[in-house]
Design a protein around this ligand. Structure first.
Ligand SMILES: [Zn+2]
Length: 161
């Protein structure tokens, strides 16, 4: 069957990403979670694990990509979708592009602080990402930040220090 991005249940998959974000929050991490969907199924997930991994690179999306990289290796450009509760940073968007399997990005909260959108001026990024949409279950994701890191939510929303 041909892939149809618009037939995916974005709310269902984002809820799964939010579950990951809740787990992160319960562990004292930033409330960010991600799931990767391939052929209509969740094939991997990740959450922010800075404290656990003692690494500032342990972002939810990168963790999800690393968890699925070998199982998806044989499916280049195969319409993988990543659902993430916060718009990806430049590192994660770069990793999504380089994964070669993820062609669609769905996020919940836009990140006006990091704002990776200018990366779409790079032809290589444009060629790999066919859909890039935000705002799915935005209030649910924001509610987690309000609970544990309200100051950072302001930064994310307003994009300034
Ligand atoms: Zn990131």
């Amino acid at each position: 069957m041909a892939f149809d991005f618009n037939s995916l249940d974005h709310v269902f998959f984002m809820r799964e990403a939010i579950k990951q974000a809740e787990l992160a929050m319960q562990a004292g991490e930033r409330p960010i979670g991600a799931v990767i969907v391939h052929n209509g199924k969740i094939v991997g997930c990740g959450k922010a694990e800075h404290l656990k991994n003692h690494s500032r690179l342990a972002h939810a999306e990168l963790n999800a990509l690393l968890a699925t990289a070998s199982s998806l290796y044989d499916f280049p450009h195969d319409n993988g979708v990543i659902y993430t509760t916060l718009e990806p940073c430049e590192m994660c968007l770069g990793a999504i592009v380089m994964s070669d399997v993820i062609n669609h990005v769905v996020f919940s909260l836009a990140d006006n602080w990091i704002n990776p959108k200018p990366m779409f001026e790079i032809p290589h990024v444009r060629r790999h990402i066919y859909n890039y949409i935000g705002g799915i279950l935005e209030e649910e994701s924001a509610a987690l930040w309000k609970k544990c890191r309200p100051d950072e939510l302001l930064l994310i929303r307003e994009g300034r220090e």
